[in-house]
Design a protein around this ligand. Structure first.
Ligand code: 5AD
Ligand code: SF4
Length: 471
């Protein structure tokens, strides 16, 4: 048993990062033969991409995918810790799986992802969810074949979670959801320790992949016909800082753009690490998408300080103005309302910043206390009621949605390239994304999936656009 430990997860040392080349042990190669798996994923793009590795690992040991959870021999829940509702969903699913396992005693259940890295969660699994077979964390995902091998006898709950700063593992097998668009990790973990956030504890220290490994992956994707890569990290703008090799996100973006892959995206940006050179590079290359997700979190300097965000609203405005000079750029954000101690006045500062930035879109959240983070202590003496916070969220969303609609309306009657992603719910309708990451629905045949087509925008809504195929 390796149990997660918050105090160890908090630690950051100067120790250099282990770089591991993954190799499958022959012992495990056949263990999944004639068995099927089902992976349920919660949370962010990082988790979605981790699930692509999980599926790749499972298929490398003989498992095949089952689209029905009830029929699978192995079920893995890849969980998220960011807010309490993510916890609740995963625990709800564990409840459902308990019944399933009563009907199918041979079912193997694994839990991984960010929740697995939390002490409180693992203790709850140990006391209430003993039907789980094994728990593994974000740091030892590549040990999955061994974990399954060790648990095939379905005997008792095994916890194998490491609270370490983390390694960088190259060469994992991957089963991508799409062939035409792909996630590419560039930096793992986070060292920002914003006071509300659990990520630095669940994902470990900030550690970049080497530029040559990233470029190799992008080139392979491109050679296989992939049209879009999204460079992934909790804070992509910190890319390279930990390597000390003299390159940063600007250099990486430039090199990735020069592969000539049609579309390059990057998420998520932290305002603190955004340099002028990065902005220049984004402007310079047509295949770097003019879309930046730039979380502000709050518009109140007092709250930003309590959040440990390291910028003021004035700093944010300066950066925002520079980015807005890039023609056609779309900027979205994340905002938390009801951070402990947030007053009506602080909240009005947030609305003011939204009025200033007129975002293309935003993800908005009510603050959710995360055990072990500094803000959770402030929350104990928080005076603001949940009703008040819900009201603030409602008011914020009204404003945000107005601006999203406005920005979408500005696209009316213009034609944009859209990467077609799939069939939408309605018959004969496709959906895809513009360069600025706007969702567009339009009529067309499924053979267009994976292609970049021109679409003329005919109707604008708050969260999507309707259009007509031009070519
Ligand atoms: N409560 C509410 N929202 C949070 N986020 C991160 N931690 C919390 C929390 N404890 C939000 C931030 C972040 C996004 C991914 O989730 O806005 O940018
Ligand atoms: Fe969390 Fe802040 Fe790191 Fe983003 S930058 S993952 S909000 S600690």
């Amino acid at each position: 048993m390796n149990l997660p430990n918050l105090n160890e997860a908090r630690r950051r040392s100067n120790k250099s990062v282990n770089r591991i080349d993954y190799k499958l042990n022959n012992l495990y190669k056949q263990i999944g033969l004639n068995k099927t798996y089902y992976v349920k994923t919660y949370g962010c793009q990082m988790n979605e991409h981790d699930s692509e590795f999980i599926e790749g690992l499972l298929e490398s040991i003989g498992f095949t995918k089952n689209n029905e959870m009830e029929k699978a021999d192995l079920v893995i829940l890849n969980t998220c810790s960011i807010r309490e509702n993510a916890h609740n969903k995963a625990f709800g699913m564990l409840g459902r799986l308990k019944h399933l396992k009563e009907e199918k005693p041979n079912l193997i259940i694994g839990v991984c992802g960010c929740m697995a890295q939390e002490e409180v969660v693992v203790n709850e699994i140990l006391s209430k969810y003993r039907h789980v077979n094994f728990v593994f964390g974000t740091h030892n995902l590549f040990d999955l074949p061994k974990l399954i091998y060790d648990n095939m006898d379905n005997s008792k709950l095994k916890i194998d979670v490491l609270s370490v700063e983390g390694d960088v593992v190259e060469g994992l097998p991957v089963k991508r959801v799409n062939s035409f668009k792909a996630y590419v990790n560039i930096i793992y973990g986070c060292d920002k320790f914003c006071t509300y956030c659990i990520v630095p504890y669940t994902r470990g220290k900030q550690r970049s992949r080497k530029i040559e490994d990233i470029l190799k992956e992008v080139n392979e994707l491109k050679d296989n016909g992939c049209s879009e890569v999204t460079l992934l990290g909790q804070n992509v703008n910190a890319y390279g800082k930990d390597l000390g090799l003299g390159y940063d996100l600007a250099d990486l973006l430039e090199k990735v753009a020069e592969t000539n892959i049609p579309r390059v995206r990057f998420i998520t940006s932290h305002p603190w690490d955004f340099t002028d050179r990065m902005i220049e590079v984004i402007s310079k290359y047509p295949n770097i998408m003019k879309y930046v997700h730039l979380p502000i979190q709050s518009g109140s300097n007092r709250i930003l300080k309590l959040m440990g965000r390291r910028y003021t609203k004035e700093d944010y405005k300066t950066l925002f103005d520079k980015l807005k000079k890039i023609p056609g750029i779309s900027i979205t954000t994340d905002i938390i309302v009801g951070f402990p101690g947030e007053t009506e006045e602080d909240f009005l500062d947030t609305l003011e910043m939204v009025n200033y930035c007129q975002y293309d879109g935003a993800f908005t959240f009510i603050y959710s206390p995360r055990v072990g983070t500094p803000a959770a202590k402030l929350y104990e003496s928080d005076q603001t009621s949940l009703e008040e916070k819900e009201q603030r969220l409602y008011r914020l969303n009204e404003l945000i949605n107005n601006y999203s609609l406005e920005s979408n309306k500005r696209m009316l009657n213009n034609t944009y390239p859209v990467l077609v992603e799939g069939l939408s719910n309605k018959e004969n309708m496709l959906f895809g994304y513009t360069e600025t990451n706007k969702l567009v629905n339009f009529a067309g045949k499924s053979d267009l999936i994976g292609k970049i087509v021109k679409v003329k925008i005919q109707e604008a809504k708050s969260f999507s656009l309707d259009g007509e195929l031009v070519e």
